[in-house]
Ligand binder design. Structure first.
Ligand SMILES: [Fe+2]
Length: 267
């Protein structure tokens, strides 16, 4: 992690495979406790370049879908599990183990958010990016996690700017990208550090998969997000960035403009 952070992916090992909060039945209980809008059930057969179809599955309790994930043909995402105190304690303990590395490079961690992905065999998470640092802990089943550098053509600058205004993080796909991926095969006990904004797609293997995704921000990533959000406006007056800032370069002026624009309602 210390050799890679923050710009390169890194495969790590972890000891969470038998953690009592990450069994299917513990996750089914967590799904019942989370606000309904933070539990998403989707159809598992997405393709790169496409979206995930939501599955209302009227009448089927989400806990039943999770317990039957091997045969339900679904993909369930629990969003913001840090809301539940027992999960928050686990996540803070994980951050405490890595903050010697992250703190030395990018300062204190900010806005910790965590997700659990419970996937039917073969689920594809289509090509997209996330404007956050991420460690994905593989708990059950296997996954191929494909990463790309956070730069054009994989991550077009205009898509990156737009994301900080509209929240859309899906990316255009071209078949030639398949061969250009760095594919990290993950087994239970493996984890992958995914750099900020690195585009990726993920495919679950032949068994039901459970993954925990721990994400955080830094002052650099928050400032970069503000700068990118306002960049189209700044470009119109000749002050925009012509390329996204690469850590450790900090877009101080543009970030300041971004915060000001948000305050007065321009963003
Ligand atoms: Fe992602």
């Amino acid at each position: 992690m210390s050799g890679a952070y923050p710009l390169a992916p890194a495969v790590l090992r972890h000891g969470l495979v038998d953690h009592p909060l990450l069994t299917l039945s513990a996750l089914a209980e967590a799904a019942d406790e989370l606000p309904a809008e933070h539990v998403e059930r989707r159809i598992a057969d997405a393709v790169n370049g496409g979206e995930f179809a939501m599955d209302a599955a009227a009448g089927t309790p989400i806990a039943d879908t999770i317990r039957a994930i091997g045969t339900s043909g679904n993909w369930v995402m629990l969003r913001f599990v840090q809301q539940l105190p027992r999960y928050r304690a686990l996540l803070h303990a994980l951050m405490a183990e890595i903050e010697g590395v992250t703190g030395a490079k990018t300062g204190p961690w900010r806005t910790l958010k965590a997700f659990v992905f419970i996937s039917a065999p073969g689920t594809l998470t289509p090509f997209h990016f996330d404007a956050e640092y991420n460690i994905l802990f593989q708990i059950a089943g296997d996954k191929d996690f494909a990463t790309y550098p956070p730069e054009p053509p994989f991550l077009p600058f205009d898509r990156r700017e737009a994301h900080h205004r509209d929240g859309d993080n899906m990316l255009p796909w071209h078949p030639e990208y398949q061969a250009l991926a760095t594919v990290h095969p993950l087994m239970p006990g493996d984890a992958l550090y995914v750099p900020h904004a690195a585009p990726h797609w993920v495919r679950a293997g032949s068994r039901p998969s459970v993954s925990l995704s721990l994400t955080w921000q830094s002052d650099w990533s928050l400032a970069t997000g503000e700068a990118l959000a306002v960049n189209p406006l700044l470009r119109a007056v000749g002050l925009g960035l012509s390329r996204p800032p690469v850590w450790p370069r900090r877009p101080a002026l543009q970030a300041l403009a971004g915060r000001a624009a948000r305050r007065v309602g321009l963003l």
